[in-house]
Every structure is written in structure tokens, then in C-alpha cells.
Design a protein around this ligand. Structure first.
Ligand code: 173
Length: 515
């Protein structure tokens, strides 16, 4: 087939025949419309047009090859067929769109021009604040959202306020060494960059920013299954000798999963972290609301469609859109299968469960011979009222110590970590390290790789100072005697339920009878 002209592309702009152009190639997605995990409205918005900009952040580069049958790959787009009139029409449409931007978008664009200097960011919260003002609404909503009323999201950080220090004094703290090891790899600081999806929503280069900053700072990056960059791009961006882990969502088709696992091992991944807290994706309503796409035409927007809308999955937000392959049937029975796949493949990888939420399951993980657990509630994005990891850690290490099991498994936590003191508290309680996710996404979204490096430098400074103040020279010096955790499980002051508060109409006492 010859190249496809613009006139041809433009003709296929309906549900009946829907073509889109992505990266200079034309695809027929008509039959795929009902299957698109993100709903058809979003595709129809771009039917007969270039969809590259919308497509890119949400789909890794190999998506079309993987999911759209070759017969629907129609061929190269003929750039020379775009007439002067077409170009003018495109420019007019762009100008019209620019003239119609919402006041919020105008404010965001102004904020971008006036973004604070990087050196004015003194802590990780600063990045979060700036991100909320400069990121596109849909990207901010996806990264920042949590499940339901976002109580667990906020409690994750708040819980660190229930752990207080018992510092030692008169220790020579002239020298501080922050290095430690994670599954045998020496790292310069006791945290890793945890897996977060869709990096290109925040920054055009996506996750490779995190790869570079991880190398610069001597920490490990956990590669997400649902990255915007492909897995190989992220591995290729690493320097020789740089350690990466891989976070795995298990596909219902185990053969697909087996191939992914073996490929990760072939590419030198050292640790496979199976996500176990997301058999179904939590409701993140902030994300859902920001992605809502109204029906494509006014005609569709009739009472009848509104009625139908109740059945149609209009928009579940970015995450739900790309998560339909995740197997909700995954169970403990599958663990030996993973161990066998890794063993048979002959390239050792440690096997870790990410998203463990109670000590009983840590004990099971030990029984199954797993190498590690990450105590996590998925950054408050899954089960609302799942307890914060720092609390589960206190519970876990007490039981492990009582049963002499501490050396049987490496324990990590993630969720809500924003301060060097948060990290030190986790290490005092027995964590080997902590995962940090959103803060690096915010730093990357605002300032690219420089932002991530700066964020890591801030953590280093906070860690170093607080190690001195608590009386510890090195990570092994941190122990449970240095924290007071008597109130770690007291849920007396949980974050407020905002929606309840704003919709609640107070009761009134009886009125006085005045004529
Ligand atoms: O938290 C998430 O958003 C997440 O883990 C995810 C899961 C599936 C698809 C995209 C992201």
C-alpha cells in the first residue's frame, strides 16, 4: 500500500470508520473502539486526525505492535499531501483552542513562566506544591490521586508523626556513612525509586529521568510494568553496573508473564517485585473526573445516551484504562511457579512481594521462601483504610524478632515518605530501606532530571543531619531503642473526610415560634 494522504485520513472520522495517525503512521482502529480500555470517546475525539500527543504518555512505544493486528496498520502517512489549506485549518484550530483555554489553564501557563528556581526548593513538599500549580490537570490528578476519600493517602505520611525519637548523645558523629545494601547491592542511601506508572504524563522523557538520577546518586530504580517508556528503553538508559529492579503486574496470560520475567532476567534485573495489592485498581475519583471525556457529538448527548452512560465505562482515568490485563486470580499458589520460572531460566533474581499489609502475610512470605516483602498500601491508591506501612512495619518486626526470623527476609516499606526523619524511623524499626515514588515524579515533572537530583540531594542532607542528631554514624547503628513507637497504632487523629464534611447538612434544634 502506498502512503496515505491527508484527505483519505480525514474521511475516516467516525465510529463506522475510524483512522488515526500516530508518529507518522496511520492505523484503522474501528474494530478496536469497543475494546479500548480507556473507552472509545477519547479515540473518536482524534478520529481522522493526529493522535500522537494524546497517545504518547499513556502508551509505551510498543503498544500498537502488541495490541493492534497487523492488518490494521495501514501504512505511512504522506506528509506531502497536507495542503496549504489543511495546514492553515490546523493552525486555525490550534489558535482557536489557544483562545478558548480555561482560566485555570491560563493560570497554569503563567505559573510555568514564573516557576521558582530549583534551589528555592528546600524539601520534597515544595516539589509537590509546585507540581500542583504547573502540571497539566490530568497528569497532576493521576499522580496525586488516592483511593476513595484519600484518607489512607494522607494517613501514610501522618503516621510518621506517631513515631518519636530517643536520640543518643555524646556519640562522635563527625563522620556519617549513609550507604547500605539492598539484596546484596551496595547503595549510597537507604532508599530506592519505587515504581510509578506513566512517567511521560509528567515529563516528555518519562522514566529515564529517574534512571539517570538514580545512577548519579547511587540508588536503585524499580522499573514499573506500566511505564511510558518501554522496559528496554529504561534498561538501556542505565549505566554499566547500575542495578535495577522490576515491578511486575501479573498478566492473566501466564505465558506473557513468563516471557516478561525471563526478559527482565536477561536484561540484568536483580529483583522481581510482584505487586500483590492491586487485583483490581482502586477508585481514584480525582483522576477519573479529570479524564472524563464527554460523548463525541451533541447528537450522542441525548437522554438516551445519558441513560446508556450508566452502563458505559465512560472514563475510569488513566490507570484503570491500561490495567485490564492484571490477573485478579493471582494467589499464593502461583508463587512456586514464579520460583520455577526464575530457576529454570538460570539467571537468578530475588523474588519480592510488593504490597504486603499484615504480619501474617510476611510470615507466609517467609514460609514460601520469598526473599523480601515491601510493606505498602500502594501510596493510598488501593484499599482505603489499609494501615500505613510504618505501622505494619512496627507490628511485623516485633513478631519477626520474637520468632528469630529477622534474618530470613528483607523488609522494605513505601508510602508517605517525605522527610529524612521518616526514613530514619523506618530503619530504626528494622526496614532495610524505603521506596519513594511521587516526590520524584513531582520533581521530574517540574524540573526534569535536575529536579530529581536536587530532590535526592535534599534527602541526603536531611539524612546526614538527622543521623548526627540521633547519634548514629552509620545505618547499622539505627535500632528500635532509638524510637518511641508506643502510639504508632493509635488512629485517634486520622485525616478528615472532606466529602462528608462538605455535603453534610447539620441537624437543627427546633425553631422558636415567633409570629
Ligand atoms: O497506582 C497505579 O496507578 C498503578 O499501579 C497502575 C496500575 C495499572 C495501570 C496503571 C497504573
Amino acid at each position: 500500500m502506498g502512503k496515505i494522504t491527508n484527505d483519505e485520513l480525514k474521511k475516516h472520522n467516525s465510529k463506522e470508520s475510524c483512522w488515526v495517525k500516530i508518529h507518522g503512521k496511520v492505523y484503522d482502529v474501528t474494530e478496536f473502539l469497543p475494546e479500548h480500555p480507556g473507552g472509545q470517546n477519547i479515540i473518536l475525539k482524534y478520529s481522522g486526525k493526529d493522535a500522537t500527543e494524546e497517545f504518547d504518555p499513556i502508551h509505551p512505544p510498543d503498544t500498537l505492535d502488541k495490541y493492534l493486528a497487523p492488518k490494521f496498520h495501514l501504512g505511512e502517512f504522506d506528509e506531502s499531501s497536507v495542503s496549504a489549506a489543511d495546514r492553515q485549518a490546523e493552525a486555525d484550530a490550534a489558535a482557536e483552542a489557544a483562545a478558548n483555554v480555561s482560566p485555570e489553564e491560563l493560570e497554569r501557563l503563567e505559573n510555568l513562566k514564573a516557576i521558582p528556581r530549583l534551589e528555592e526548593c528546600y524539601n520534597l513538599f515544595d516539589f509537590e506544591h509546585i507540581a500542583s500549580k504547573v502540571m497539566k490537570n490530568a497528569a497532576w490528578a493521576y499522580y496525586s490521586s488516592g483511593a476513595d476519600d484519600e484518607i489512607t493517602l494522607r494517613e501514610n505520611h501522618a503516621a510518621f508523626h506517631r513515631v518519636w525519637f530517643r536520640p543518643r548523645i555524646l556519640i562522635d558523629v563527625a563522620k556519617i556513612d549513609l550507604s547500605t545494601s539492598m539484596f546484596g547491592t551496595k547503595v549510597q542511601m537507604p532508599f530506592y525509586v519505587t515504581a510509578t506508572a506513566l512517567g511521560k504524563l509528567g515529563h516528555p522523557e518519562g522514566e529515564v529521568n529517574l534512571t539517570k538520577a538514580s545512577h548519579t546518586n547511587g540508588v536503585i530504580q524499580m522499573i514499573p510494568t506500566l511505564a511510558s517508556c518501554s522496559f528496554d528503553e529504561i534498561v538501556d538508559a542505565a549505566q554499566p553496573g547500575q542495578t535495577q529492579w522490576f515491578q511486575l503486574y501479573v498478566n492473566s496470560d501466564r505465558e506473557v508473564t513468563r516471557k516478561i520475567v525471563c526478559h527482565a532476567a536477561d536484561r540484568g534485573v536483580k529483583v522481581l517485585c510482584i505487586t500483590v495489592d492491586a487485583p483490581q485498581l482502586g477508585r481514584r475519583e480525582k483522576d477519573m473526573r479529570s479524564k472524563y471525556v464527554p460523548p463525541a457529538t451533541d447528537d450522542d448527548d441525548t437522554g438516551a445516551t445519558v441513560q446508556k452512560g450508566a452502563e458505559v465505562d465512560h472514563s475510569q482515568g488513566s490507570a484503570r484504562a491500561i490495567s485490564t490485563f492484571i490477573d485478579p486470580a493471582l494467589s499464593w499458589k502461583d508463587i512456586p511457579w514464579f520460583q520455577k520460572v526464575i530457576k529454570d531460566h538460570g539467571k537468578p533474581m530475588k523474588l519480592v512481594l510488593k504490597g504486603v499489609q499484615r504480619v501474617e502475610d510476611v510470615l507466609l512470605a517467609i514460609k514460601y521462601g520469598l526473599d523480601g516483602v515491601i510493606l505498602s498500601n500502594h501510596g493510598g491508591r488501593q484499599l482505603e483504610f489499609a494501615r500505613p506501612a510504618i505501622e505494619v512495619l512496627a507490628e511485623t518486626m516485633e513478631v519477626l524478632d520474637r520468632n528469630n526470623l529477622r534474618n530470613r527476609i528483607e523488609v522494605y516499606i513505601d508510602g508517605g515518605i517525605r522527610r529524612g526523619t521518616d526514613i530514619i524511623k523506618a530503619l530504626c524499626l528494622g526496614a532495610k530501606g524505603v521506596g519513594i515514588g511521587r516526590p520524584f515524579l513531582y520533581a521530574m515533572s517540574c524540573y526534569g532530571v535536575d529536579g530529581v537530583n536536587h530532590a535526592m540531594n535534599l534527602i541526603r542532607d536531611e539524612l546526614e543531619m538527622n543521623m548526627r542528631l540521633i547519634g548514629a554514624n552509620k545505618i547499622e547503628d539505627l535500632d528500635r531503642s532509638m524510637v518511641d513507637v508506643r502510639s504508632v497504632d493509635q488512629h485517634s487523629n486520622v485525616p478528615s473526610d472532606h466529602l462528608t464534611s462538605i455535603v453534610y447538612e447539620g441537624l437543627n434544634p427546633p425553631p422558636f415560634r415567633r409570629s
